[in-house]
Ligand binder design. Sequence first.
Ligand code: ADP
Length: 454
Amino acid sequence: MSALFGRWLWLVTWMSVGAVLGGWFGESFFHRLELGAWFGAALGIALGSARDVLRAYRVLRWLRDPSIGSAPRGGELWGELAYYIERALQSRDRLLAQEKGQLTQFLSAIEASPNGVLMLDADEQISWMNSASADHFGLDPQRDRGQRVTNLVRSPAFVGHLQSGDYAEPITVVNHGRNLTLMVLLRRYGEGLKLVITSDVTERLRAEGMRRDFVANVSHEIRTPLTVLSGFVETLVSIPLGEAEQRHVFGLMTQQTQRMQTLVADLLTLAQLEGSPRPPVDRWVDLAGLLGPVETETRGLSKGRHVVDVQFGDVLQGGDEPGGLALAGNPTELMSAFTNLCSNAVRYTPEGGRIVLSWKRRDNGDGVFEVRDSGIGIPREHIPRLTERFYRVDGSRSRESGGTGLGLSIVKHVMQRHGGAIEIDSEPGAGSCFRLVFPAARLRVRSLTSDAST
Ligand code: ADP
């Protein structure tokens, strides 16, 4: 307001000075005071405004490409005007920068999400996608932007769902190329825009499938001995049996009960392995104390039907490594892994066969417990699946010999928990070799005073 008043005062001054000078000039030279005064006033206004026009021109020129800090200065009207415009521009820029920062943050948050987010415009063309979505659908976030989504994602389930317009429930879409199963949820937003949210459920469905198979397998394994047992009970109730027959029936019943007991024990072992913390790396177990009972148990299971050869005595009693070896881990779990392999060797090696138990150190320091047998062997195609729960090469042979199909699965778990690995070599008819490899870090020469013993 003060600037406007100043401008007005400025023009009035110029006009008055012009009128006075014009009047004097007109009167002095032409004896026309009035005409001179009018002319002088007009000239005063013209000259007074010329400065304004010049300043307005400078402001206009700046406004064509306004940059903060370069606005024409000056305390008068145009300077003040430029100052306020510059201030407005400055606060607009600040707001824009703030909003841009928020948008960048928002997009980075969506980018970091494990869920895929894909935005479609009203023509179902891709306007934006995060990298999870690109990965799920096998798209390129830059190249495919602006493309119609149905030209790129051709799964009939997806296209049908998109066109159906009913997006209440999510659908499952399989991306065969990438071996992925996706849960796809569509949502509308804005005006005709759509959001495609995807999550990778491959692992979840696989785990659910495994859980279902596991329950089915357990039920099947328990149902068989239960059916046999109930048959015997019915027989005992309805038919009077002689003493010898009764003894025979009770013997068979005991077998079935033991089978169920073994199964339940193995299931509990597996559950414990899955639910308990990893074995400590600083609990040292005397290997001699472990392998001694393993040898005894193997001979006990074989009952003299096999030649059992043991090749770890030297290492355990000193030999190359005085004091013997200690292994860091859980003695119960280790014992269970070792005896499972020995029990298999006994069960799958016909009478008269040879079983060799050995302990070796590899050049890199790893320790290897090896069970080699001259038994029936395993066809090559079965080897990768042997450690799956309830996987058997020959189901009836496994059951007849008291197997549950869980032994190698337990061994694999134990080895994983001890940072080790299981290696299997086998040839049908020639025998098998199972190796448990322990990392060097879990082994040390036993100090007779401080190491725990089994
Ligand atoms: P099971 O209780 O049936 O022995 P495991 O998990 O211990 O279950 O072994 C899985 C399958 O691997 C067995 O059913 C058997 O077919 C095969 N197998 C394991 N060890 C041997 C072996 N030493 N010789 C031949 N086959 C073996």
